[in-house]
Ligand binder design. Sequence first.
Ligand SMILES: Cc1cc2nc3c(=O)[nH]c(=O)nc-3n(C[C@H](O)[C@H](O)[C@H](O)COP(=O)(O)OP(=O)(O)OC[C@H]3O[C@@H](n4cnc5c(N)ncnc54)[C@H](O)[C@@H]3O)c2cc1C
Length: 506
Amino acid sequence: MNNQPTHLVIVGGGTAGWMTANLLAHQWGKLGMRISLIESHKIGTVGVGEGSTPYLKEFFERLAIPESEWMPACNATYKCGISFPGWSEKPGYDSYFHPFYSDLDGPQAQAFFRQCNEKRHGGSNHAHPNDYFLASALTRQSRAPISNEIPASDLVYAYHFDAELLGQFLRQHALKLGVQLIEDKVTDIQCNQRGQIAILNTESSGPVRGDFFVDCSGFKGLLVQQTLGEKQQSYRPYLFNDSAVAIQTPLDERDPIQPHTVSKALTHGWVWHIPLSNRYGNGYVYSSKYCSAEQAEQELRELLGPGATDAKALHLKWEPGRISQHWKKNCVAIGLSQGFLEPLEAPMLFVVQRTIEHFIGCYEQGGFSDVKRNEFNQEINKIIDGTRDYLQAHYLMNSRSDSDYWRDCRDNPQQSEALSDIIAAWRATGNFDLALHKHQDKLAYLKTSWYCLLAGKGGFENTFELDSHPPERQWCDNKARSFIFHREHLSRFHADMPWPSPLKDY
Ligand SMILES: Cc1cc2nc3c(=O)[nH]c(=O)nc-3n(C[C@H](O)[C@H](O)[C@H](O)COP(=O)(O)OP(=O)(O)OC[C@H]3O[C@@H](n4cnc5c(N)ncnc54)[C@H](O)[C@@H]3O)c2cc1C
């Protein structure tokens, strides 16, 4: 490796900081690089972020940490996809499921794409995504994506977890890999004559010197934004949401544990509902332009019912957007310090992971070269912008009529060229796959995700309910029966989790 730093210092011990510490120590620790992490308990972490994408499975696999070790420590559950109730008023499309696509889905997915394209051209056939993917059938039956017949490596799935416990778990693991922990607050930062970060002064541990720094300090972007002057570009014109209120509720031990996130649309935004092994995480994501914090909390409490009566509410605010130079001088920003879109589709830890992996890759190929740094920044911006487009598509395709918020989201003229092209192509009679192909360099989500979103929201001229289901649904339901019930599988990890469930008939 060229110009390998001898001492790399990470500021921040949230999920981003500890994921970074683990992957860097795993990759470079053996090469003699010293890695330190500074975190301040006085400041704390953002305390949310409990959903993931399938890339997180690769993170644990890379570190060779088995599910049986980390999942019980983090009250984690499996996630096969996300359901979206309430985003559409079109008959038959009141809810749809965005599945994680596995190779096993191949023939059924092909049938789904065909049905969608026929229906786009005016057909009256069945093109609802819920009927064509194994992941949807697993959630209908409350099963884990774990089968005695099919190797786990053949299935694509993600997890839900307690963000605080995940941080603690990753901290312990990083310390085992040799990461040095400094529990202190960074009070000010000194740069050298070349404008690079040189010294972090702390409250009680004195100055910390390093030759490369990772900014995982959260929304404030202590290093890259406050010290190196990198500005955040606002994405508010694309994505209106800038606030959330989160409330935890108990999990009834008689209930099956659903292997999916629910993202339910409400009057001024949407609510996440995430089942962990011991509780639910819930949160209302909304735009402060249309709804006050008090209104949002009240609407969420009404939705959650008695389980939320005495529960504490955590209010959060952000400016949607990103910085452009994630790697600037001798510092790389990872996590909330590099930007945040919003929680829909839970993509941010994927961005964290891709940023770390890409940084490792670029760095190993080119060291401190400007060319590599520029390539890196372009790639990360592409991932974030591609994700922004997919998230915005949810809002553009909504058909709710109950508030200005939803009407304004639908009529929002601010769209990337790629996104407006893709939506226009879906609505026209031409070849939709060609439009996806044309913009493939800009997309963060693949074909299945686009078809599911556009079809699932009822994006057809002809939308009406069909009583019968296509044969593919039967195939999915039969296949799902060879998978283990979610609660049963988790009870193998958690000694105190009841199975069989005392009252429920599975
Ligand atoms: C409402 C909401 C919901 C979300 N849901 C999801 C989701 O479902 N899935 C997903 O992938 N992402 C989600 N995210 C994003 C996710 O929470 C973050 O990407 C993730 O937690 C990483 O945060 P972080 O580590 O960058 O920041 P933080 O958790 O804020 O950590 C910052 C760290 O920096 C430290 N620090 C700050 N200043 C100093 C200082 N001066 N000295 C020393 N230490 C300092 C803090 O103590 C802390 O340890 C959500 C975010 C929000 C706001």
